[in-house]
Each structure stands twice: as structure tokens, then as C-alpha cells.
Design a protein. Structure first.
Length: 111
């Protein structure tokens, strides 16, 4: 009984985070803040849902694969988001009009 409730809570939190990310996608003012909101929410959403699947199946191979998925997700999602944001900046994607400082503006492109 407690296992089913835990799984239900984890899946519900994952779905709630995805809903919040979709709101952020529409409400944030520029590409960079949208990408930040979605990346964080998706990372935790997938982590929660994979964790709930590992609790549901309760077998060593599934738990091991779930841990590996969460670990790789935590490594790759921020890096890919950073690289996409950097490329968008190099292609001159517009910043929000209330942006105070652009730290990448004066940096030379690394080769």
C-alpha cells in the first residue's frame, strides 16, 4: 500500500514539474530563460518518473538501469543546454529587453 502511494506521489510530482515547465515555456521572455526553465524541470521530471518505475518493478536490473539513467541525465542535460545557449548567443538570438549585462558579448569565439 505504501509503495503504491509513493509511486503515485513521484509520478504526480513529475507530471506537475512538466506542467510548470510548459508554463515557463510560454511565460518566460526570451530563449535563454525558457531553455533554463525547461531544462531544470525536465531533468527532475524524468528523474522522478524513472525513480517511480524502479520502485514499481523492484528488481536489481531495473534499479541499476534507473540509477544509470538518472546519473547520465544529470550529466548530459545541463551540458547540452549550455552548448545550445552558447550557440544561440553566437547566432545573435535576441536577449530580453530588461537584460542588464551580457557577459558573453565581449568574449572572442574560441576555436
Amino acid at each position: 500500500m505504501i509503495t503504491e502511494i509513493t509511486i503515485l506521489i513521484l509520478v504526480f510530482l513529475g507530471v506537475l514539474l512538466m506542467f510548470i515547465a510548459s508554463l515557463g515555456l510560454f511565460k518566460m521572455p526570451d530563449l535563454y530563460t525558457r531553455m533554463s526553465a525547461v531544462t531544470k524541470a525536465v531533468t527532475f521530471k524524468v528523474g522522478l518518473i524513472v525513480l517511480s518505475a524502479s520502485i514499481y518493478f523492484n528488481s536489481f536490473p531495473v534499479v541499476l538501469k534507473s540509477i544509470l539513467i538518472i546519473f547520465l541525465l544529470l550529466l548530459t542535460t545541463p551540458v547540452s543546454s549550455h552548448l545550445l545557449g552558447k550557440e544561440a548567443h553566437e547566432r545573435k538570438a535576441p536577449l530580453w529587453k530588461k537584460t542588464i549585462i551580457d557577459e558573453l558579448k565581449n568574449k572572442k569565439k574560441e576555436k
